[in-house]
Design a protein around this ligand. Sequence first.
Ligand code: ITT
Length: 213
Amino acid sequence: MKTIVAATKNKHKIMEIEAITGRFGMNIIPRDEAGVSDVEIPETGTSFEENSYIKAYEIMKLSGQITIADDSGLVVDCIGGAPGVYSARFAAFPGIWPGDDDKGTADSSDRDNNSKLLELIKGFSFEERTARFVSVITMVFPDGRTIAARGEVEGHLLLEERGEGGFGYDPIFIPLGYDRTFGELPAELKNSISHRANALKMLKEKLENIAIG
Ligand code: ITT
């Protein structure tokens, strides 16, 4: 089984990626196990695709091994698609989007991010509070070959947090077809329908096509 390095520093993402890819027979290891730990990669891209590639490429260069990165976030329709690629540090700048002078601040806490978002969406009806989680998974090989896959999951936002499971915006996001948030639903369920699960399924299909072709 091929060992694949996960570029992410986010422990929740690693757990989910391991749980999902375990079913595919992939062996994912965190980057510190590949000898890469204390390196900060500036996410200077303006799309999930760009940031996902930047992270995977930089960690592949340092580890010398096949590397995958996940760049993800929540896209909320009633506030013009924010926080999007800025989801991890939404509460670290004052407006809906970072200013032109933005230098790329450090991530803010899940609690602060959720509070800011709840404040911004409180005047909208449930029907208006549509949102989707997006994940772009990029796999970069030491020879430079690159495969990327995008997964999404549609849903609605609540006006309060519910549930202790998951991470990030999970306690306010109800996936379409369910009446509980990702914070309330079992992890196995989230890991079978999430944006990350959908991206990884597509990545697996792309890998199989390469192997056949
Ligand atoms: P790495 O860059 O090290 O991978 P990160 O958490 O900074 O970790 P991103 O830049 O991709 O990763 O930001 C993703 C943010 O989007 C994350 O911090 C959450 O706020 C949110 N997010 C992504 N996937 C999520 C999920 O499954 N559930 C809840 N929130 C999620």
